[in-house]
Design a protein around this ligand. Sequence first.
Ligand code: AMP
Length: 282
Amino acid sequence: MELLTSRQLVQAWTRLNRQQGRTIGFVPTMGALHEGHLSLVRRAVAENDLVVASIFVNPTQFGPNEDFNRYPREPERDAQMLQQAGCHALFLPQVEDIYPAGSSTRVTVSDVTEQLCGLFRPGHFQGVATVVAILFNLVMPTRAYFGKKDYQQWVVIRRMVTDLAMDLEIIGMETVRESDGMALSSRNRYLTPQQRQQALAISRGLRAALAAYQSGCREGHELVGLVMKTLEQAGIDRVDYAALHQIDSLAPAVRADAPSVLLVAAHVGGVRLIDNLELTTP
Ligand code: AMP
């Protein structure tokens, strides 16, 4: 696996491989990799001539009181995992490779960002859209792979790509979970065993709502109520939101008649966790 540690190196790699007509799959990450990230890499390996992953803990998407400084950083372990998954190149930029001196251009996606996580993490999606746009310009991928675990992010990126006429395909991948239902996340490692047990209520609540949906329930407040009840019973008292939205547009939904998604953000032991589940009929 090639290690690309600067803007110049990744641009040279991209130029060479595009000239030779190779398709490039791209998996942007913040590192501390797990099976969720690797599922994106494996799919990218299956669909492209070459795959490049990036690891960059992007300062502009963290708020002042968030976990930027303590976000886990373990590039050697990550590089090994990527290599084993068949990744061809790893882009490991420094902050100045992404934001050169004087950097003052930001990408703002409106509407879809003005709800859900956007309300609780001001500036977060501007940081995400900006870094992803810069990474796309450097890597010039044929396809880029995102997890639906970060459902709103996935919608924001698709909006940006359409609006800015970016010439690539965005692929969304299902959330990889532990056998007990917990969504894999780099932030899970902050949790003590007891907190992890409590956090399990998030996926359990979503599954309870899915079961109700599968039995015919379509009322948004009932579906959301089931999630909230499960969180309350587990003693999770800081819930940023539990809400029903339409898939694709992410417009708020009163009922789940059209394909919908239930989204949750809640705090457990000072760790902010998100999860979601699509409610769609086969
Ligand atoms: P992150 O490193 O958290 O920025 O995530 C990098 C990419 O991996 C994003 O597209 C995430 O949505 C995706 N991802 C994170 N967790 C999971 C998961 N449990 N299953 C699938 N994809 C995931």
